[in-house]
Structures are given as C-alpha cells and as structure tokens.
Design a protein around this ligand. Structure first.
Ligand code: SF4
Ligand code: MG
Length: 315
C-alpha cells in the first residue's frame, strides 16, 4: 500500500452538512511474500478497512494498492475476479460467516464453484482433502455449521479459504471469538498451513498478545494511521511509540527480565469524523508537547527495520 486514504460519508441524520469518517489516513506498508504481517490496534482504528481495501472490496480515495506487481487500486470487480482467488479472507465470526442452510461440503467447496471448472467429483475430493488438513473429516462434510463448535467453524472457514490455492490470506480477528485454549490451536493451525502451502498472511487483531505467537512483522494502527512498524522481536523488546508502549503495558508478560509499567491512557479514542490536529495520538499521549498539536509526524525509519510516527527522538 502506498499512501492509501479512505473515508466514508457519515450518517446524514446526525449532521446537516456532509461529514466524513476518516477511516484510513494515508498508510503505506508492504506485506512480504511468505510472512505474517499483523495489523494491531483498538477497534475502529481502520484495520478491517485496510483488509477490505487490499482485497478491493473497497476502493481507495487516494493512494495505491499493489498486488504481485499489479496496481489494483482502481480495478473493477471483473478485473479483480482472477485476483480474488489469490487473496482469500478468513473472518472473525465463525458463527455468522458460514451459511446455516448449506452443508459443510458445500460451504468449503463454494470458492471452487466460483473460481474453477472442476467437476462435482473433483470438487468433493478437494474439499475432503482440505477438511482433513484442517483436522476435520468426511463425517463432518455432511453436517451444518450449527453442529460445530467455534473452533471447528473457524477450521471450516480456513479450509474454505484454502480451496483455491490463495497466496495471501487476510484473516480479520480470526480467533477473537474463541476461548483462549482454542485460540492457541487455531493459531497453530495457521502456522502449520503457512509452511505447508507457502501462504502469506495479513493477520488483523486488536490483541497484541494474540499476534505475538504468529507474526513476523507488526504494524500498530491508531485512528487510521500506522504509528509503529517493525519486526515482532523489536516491537515487544523495544517498543518506541508511546501508543505501542501503552498497549504492551496492558498485557501480562511471562519474561520477568522485561519489566513493564502499566501505562493508563487518558480519555477515549477521538471521533474519526473530527480528527485531532497534528499527531492523532496527542490527545491521549503522556509525552505530548506543542509540536505534536501542530504537526503530524511521518512514519519514518528511526532504526534499522523500525519505523515510528512520532516527534520524540529515538536515537
Ligand atoms: Fe506523543 Fe507527540 Fe509522539 Fe504523538 S508525536 S506520539 S503526541 S510524543
Ligand atoms: Mg474490525
């Protein structure tokens, strides 16, 4: 993504003039082949919108989106069709995203119907293979979604995404609806599948403790901007942005050599209809100073492979 912006018209009922929700305010990053890139931030920060811009369910207002050396920023849905196959989604809600009237075999086989010319028999074979790969079996194929637990449903959603051999899987909060014990199993499944099928993941989560086990690099988002972008190791060991530090301070740590003080942020996330001037985080940042109110910090590389959008000096 290159300098991508996206805004939505705010509800007309609430305002007399047209107002916009500034969902994405100029973000740039790339997802490298074979990696897991995690986007993390509180709800409403624009993570899901970013996912939907990448697979072009949404069109950017500004900026460019590239996929495999193709600028897909303004592709029509027919231009996107062959590429959609290459980028599949896994959704948060394993309860709502599976059609209750379809058998599991039909649900998992649906992308094959849309994107390939396989015969019914070939599709069935492929579906069975994938169900087995995600830890389900032939017996499950004839059942309906409501007969499964949340973890099983997420396995079904993953099998469905993999039928058409995608290169990029966009997983939007894929384990957030699951119990913690099940989360670990599903994360492990994601990791094993990545190795087996050379998948690239965009992994979206509000929870830094979830992405620690799966990500290679992490982008921390706040109010439609990326605040910090670096490797997982650097982000957890030496977070630089005040927002990242606050997020990290909220999660319990196992390693006693890493002492972290709990940082409580004042106030709420500002309304994305009226964005703060300068640094979007300045209304809550414990380090804010005059320049933060006046000037928006660029996301820039302050150390090797470590980008931060903040006026503080990190050298
Ligand atoms: Fe805080 Fe200023 Fe840095 Fe923004 S630019 S994070 S307000 S210190
Ligand atoms: Mg979301």
């Amino acid at each position: 993504l290159n300098n991508v912006e996206k805004r939505f018209l705010a509800s007309k009922k609430m305002f007399r003039e047209n107002k916009y929700v500034h969902a994405i305010n100029g973000i740039s990053f790339d997802i490298r082949q074979g990696e897991t890139f995690a986007l993390v931030g509180e709800s409403g920060c624009g993570k899901s919108t970013t996912g939907r811009l990448i697979n072009r369910l949404l069109e950017p207002d500004r900026g460019e989106i590239w996929f495999h050396q193709e600028n897909i920023s303004n592709y029509s849905s027919s231009q996107m069709k062959p590429l959609r196959k290459k980028m599949q989604m896994v959704f948060q809600d394993p309860y709502g995203s599976l059609n209750p009237r379809m058998r599991i075999s039909e649900i998992v086989g649906e992308p094959l119907l849309v994107h390939t010319n396989l015969t019914a028999k070939e599709r069935y074979r492929k579906v069975m293979d994938l169900l087995e790969i995600v830890g389900l079996n032939e017996r499950h194929a004839q059942s309906y979604a409501h007969e499964f637990s949340g973890g099983q449903r997420q396995r079904i959603g993953i099998a469905r995404a993999l039928t058409v051999n995608p290169s990029l899987v966009i997983a939007d909060e894929p384990v957030s609806a699951l119990d913690v014990s099940i989360q670990a199993q599903v994360i492990n499944l994601f990791k094993n599948l990545q190795k087996e099928f050379q998948l690239t993941y965009l992994f979206i989560s509000h929870d830094l403790s979830v992405v620690e086990n799966i990500s290679d690099r992490i982008g921390v988002m706040y109010l439609g901007k990326i605040m910090e972008l670096t490797s997982k190791e650097k982000l957890y060991k030496e977070p630089l942005h005040p927002y990242t530090k606050a997020l990290l301070s909220a999660i319990p740590i196992a390693d006693p050599t890493l002492k972290r003080e709990r940082i409580l942020l004042k106030g709420d996330i500002p309304n994305p209809i009226d964005l703060p001037s300068g640094c979007p985080f300045h209304t809550r940042c414990p380090h804010a100073f005059q320049r933060c109110v006046e000037e928006t910090p660029e996301l820039k590389e302050v150390k090797a492979e470590h980008k931060v959008a903040c006026h503080l000096s990190f050298s």
